[in-house]
Design a binder for this molecule. Structure first.
Ligand code: NAP
Length: 285
């Protein structure tokens, strides 16, 4: 049970966690901290949070769980604002999509207090942003990856894990570098490709004609290109090494396909498409 949850950045990820925990009766009070009053006021009106503040000094000392769900580029600023007011019994956790650089900045800014920070990443989301996008079932049957630090207490990790279980998710643990590599392939690369495809088509001469006849396949493939550009800029900057490695490997596959198409190599094309279909049918059913 959480007495006082503080959500910093009440958008899709933070707002949905708050709603899920409130629905389960697992939290007594949720206070939102954030940047724009408009979004915080909207969050309160929608019942996503109970109240809100803009002054960290008034909330952080009282919160027993602090969930940071701002874009990765804003995390350092948030850690700097938390640090002076952090109660030694509070736990900080986050929902950032790349873990290694967040841990580096938390370690630098929080100093010894970094042992109170249990890094995490819910593998759930939509292309919508802000408090209005939050919904209580976002984490049902989804996975959350925790990348605990050596200095974390087992008790703090267990409390964060329990919070996510109550929100409906299954929790896995792994190292931050491994997390960043895995997510570069399964989430970051697909988003980069979707943004690139839409940008590419948007720059051709017959752009209206192309989008007019966009059918199901185009919509399925590019839905995620409607995601928040700031969030995705921050993910690319903060997981560049792993994303570049995945892009290089993808580039190799594209080159193979290009050659097969150029040579009208039906056998090679059928082999690549059949392997891909088998793999997807196997893993995504
Ligand atoms: P979101 O809906 O845009 O919410 C982010 C919130 O952070 C907004 O309420 C925004 O407030 C606030 N914010 C932005 N900059 C801030 C700052 N400098 N100081 C304080 N608050 C600030 O984004 P989200 O989708 O919930 O993503 C939040 C985090 O979760 C990101 O780190 C992302 O990597 C991670 N994540 C996202 C997904 C996904 O699919 N969306 C999935 C897993 C993890 P304003 O309204 O004032 O701008």
């Amino acid at each position: 049970m959480i007495n006082h949850l503080c959500v910093i950045g009440v958008g899709l990820i933070g707002g949905s966690l708050s709603l899920a925990l409130k629905k389960a009766g697992y939290v007594k009070q949720v206070t939102g901290l954030g940047r724009s009053i408009e979004n915080l006021e909207k969050a309160k009106q929608l019942g996503v949070i109970d109240d809100y503040e803009t002054d960290y000094a008034k909330v952080i000392p009282k919160a027993d769980m602090i969930f940071v769900s701002v874009p990765i580029g804003a995390m350092s600023e948030v850690f700097r604002k938390i640090e002076p007011h952090l109660n030694k019994h509070s736990i900080i956790t986050d929902g950032g999509s790349a873990k290694h650089t967040i841990i580096e900045s938390a370690t630098k800014i929080l100093g010894v207090k970094v042992n109170q920070f249990v890094p995490g990443h819910p593998i759930a989301g939509t292309e919508n942003s802000g408090a209005e996008a939050a919904f209580d079932s976002l984490y049902q049957k989804r996975r959350v990856i925790l990348t605990p630090l050596e200095s974390n207490s087992t008790d703090d990790v267990a409390k964060v894990s329990e919070m996510w279980n109550i929100a409906g998710a299954k929790v896995d643990e792994m190292g931050a570098r491994h997390h960043d590599l895995v997510l570069a392939g399964t989430s970051h690369l697909p988003h980069v490709l979707a943004f690139a495809l839409v940008d590419c088509l948007n720059n051709v001469d017959d752009v209206d004609e192309i989008f007019k006849y966009a059918a199901g396949g185009f919509r399925d493939f590019t839905r995620i290109a409607s995601s928040d550009p700031v969030m995705w800029r921050d993910i690319c900057v903060n997981n560049s090494e792993a994303i570049l490695a995945m892009m290089q490997s993808y580039q190799q596959d594209l080159d193979n396909l290009k050659e097969a198409i150029h040579n009208s190599d039906s056998e090679e094309l059928l082999k690549i498409f059949t392997n891909a279909k088998k793999a997807r049918d196997n893993f995504c059913m």
